[in-house]
Design a protein around this ligand. Structure first.
Ligand code: NAP
Length: 339
C-alpha cells in the first residue's frame, strides 16, 4: 500500500502552491488529504483530476496519515502537530513554532540535508527570507567560511499570507480609483509605500523577522559564530522577496570565483550583467523554484567582503518547494503504515 499524505493549511497562500507542486512533481503518495480551518471545511480542491474536499482540522485528523506537510499560523502548528507525531506521522512544518526547538532539524535540502536524519517526528522549514539567504551563502561558506552577514530585505506582500496579498491589490486599486484605503493585514498602507517592520518588536530595536534570520542562519550552518545583522522591509511587490547581502568571509573570495561558485551550486541561478540591464527581479523570478543571484561586486568597505543581490519566490523556494523537497526525501525512506 502506498503513502498517505496530509496537507494542513491547504487553502493558504503557501498551501495552494504545495498542492500544485505535489501534482507538478508527481509526489509519490497514493492518497492525499487536505485540511484547513473549519471556515474552509467542504471547499473542494482540484487534485490529479479529482475534486477533493477540504476537511476541518482536529486532533484526530492524523489517523492513518504517514506524512504531513503543514503551513498554518504558529499557534495552530504548536497545538495540532504534536497530535500528528503521536499518531505516528512524520511532519514537515512551515511555521516558526518549532524551528528553534533543539530536537527539531531546520532544513534546506541544498544546504543541510543530513540534518533530516536527526528528526524526532517534526522537521521545520525555515523562514522564507532565511532560505534564500542560506542557499546563496552555502557555496561561499564551503570554501571560505562566512564570518559576517549584513542583509537588507525587500519582502513581497504574499509573504504575509493570502489575505495580505489581496490587501495590496485592493489598496492599489482603491488609490488609482481615488477611493479611501484601508489597512487590516498590514499595520500601515503598503500600496505606494514601504514598511520597515516585519514581525513584532524584539530586543535592541530589532524585529522578530530580523531575529529569525540571524538565529536560523546559525542553526542551519551549525555555526553560532556567524554574525548576522538584518533589516527587513515590506515592499509593495506582489510576490518574490529580494535581498541585498553584504558578506565577509574568513579568506577573500574574488568576484570571478564567487560567480563560478554560485553558478555551480545546486538551486542557484546567476543573472549578472549590469551593463546589459540583466539582474534578477521579482517579476521574472516569481513562479520559479531557484534562488537567483546578481549584481555580484567586491565590497570596497571590507577587505574580505562581497556584495550581491538575491531574489527568490517566497511562496515556492521560500516555503512550499522547500517543504516538498524535504517531504520527497522522507517519502523515499518511509514505509507506509497500515490504517
Ligand atoms: N507566505 C510566505 O511566503 C511564507 C513563507 C514561509 C513560511 N510561511 C509560514 O507558513 C505558514 C502559512 O503561511 P501562509 O502565508 O500560507 O498563510 P495563509 O495564506 O494565511 O494560510 C494559512 C492557512 O492555515 C489555515 N488555518 C488557519 N487557522 C487554522 C486552524 N485553526 N486549523 C487548521 N488550519 C488553519 C488556513 O485555513 P483557512 O483558509 O480555512 O483560514 C490556511 O489554509 C505561516 O506559519 C507562515 O509564517 C509563509
Amino acid at each position: 500500500m502506498g503513502l498517505t499524505l496530509g496537507v494542513v493549511g491547504a487553502t493558504g497562500a503557501v498551501g495552494r502552491i504545495m498542492v500544485r507542486l505535489l501534482e507538478e512533481r508527481h509526489f509519490p503518495a497514493e492518497r492525499v488529504r487536505f485540511f484547513a480551518s473549519p471556515r474552509s471545511a467542504g471547499q473542494k480542491i482540484s487534485f490529479r483530476g479529482r475534486d477533493i474536499e477540504v476537511e476541518p482540522l482536529n486532533p484526530d485528523s492524523f489517523r492513518g496519515i504517514d506524512l504531513v506537510v503543514s503551513s498554518t499560523p504558529d499557534d495552530v502548528a504548536g497545538e495540532m502537530l504534536p497530535h500528528a507525531v503521536k499518531a505516528g506521522a512524520v511532519v514537515v512544518d512551515e511555521s516558526a513554532y518549532f524551528r528553534m526547538h533543539e530536537d527539531v532539524p531546520l532544513v534546506v535540502p541544498e544546504v543541510n540535508p543530513g540534518a533530516i536524519e536527526r528528526h524526532k517526528g517534526i522537521i521545520a522549514s525555515p523562514n522564507c527570507s532565511t532560505i534564500q539567504l542560506v542557499v546563496a551563502l552555502k557555496p561561499l561558506h564551503d570554501v571560505a567560511k562566512v564570518r559576517r552577514v549584513r542583509v537588507a530585505t525587500y519582502q513581497a506582500a504574499s509573504g504575509a499570507g493570502r489575505r495580505a496579498a489581496e490587501e495590496l491589490t485592493a489598496q492599489t486599486r482603491a488609490l488609482i480609483e481615488g477611493r479611501e484605503v484601508t489597512a487590516r493585514e498590514f499595520a500601515h498602507q503598503l500600496a505606494f509605500n514601504l514598511i520597515p517592520q516585519i514581525g513584532s518588536p524584539r530586543e535592541e530595536g530589532f524585529t522578530s523577522e530580523e531575529v529569525k534570520m540571524a538565529r536560523e542562519t546559525k542553526k542551519i550552518f551549525e555555526d553560532p559564530t556567524i554574525e548576522v545583522c538584518a533589516t527587513c522591509v515590506r515592499v509593495p511587490v506582489a510576490n518574490a522577496h529580494s535581498e541585498v547581502v553584504f558578506v565577509e568571509t574568513e579568506r577573500a573570495v574574488t568576484v570571478e570565483e564567487a560567480r563560478k561558485l554560485f553558478s555551480a551550486a545546486p538551486g542557484i541561478r546567476v543573472v549578472d550583467d549590469v551593463a546589459a540591464g540583466q539582474y534578477p527581479m521579482p517579476l521574472q523570478v516569481s513562479g520559479t523554484d531557484e534562488v537567483y543571484v546578481g549584481r555580484i561586486r567586491r565590497d570596497p568597505c571590507s577587505p574580505n567582503g562581497l556584495v550581491f543581490w538575491c531574489v527568490a519566490d517566497n511562496l515556492r523556494k521560500g516555503a512550499a518547494t522547500n517543504a516538498i523537497q524535504i517531504a520527497e526525501i522522507l517519502a523515499a525512506k518511509l514505509a507506509p503504515r497500515s490504517v
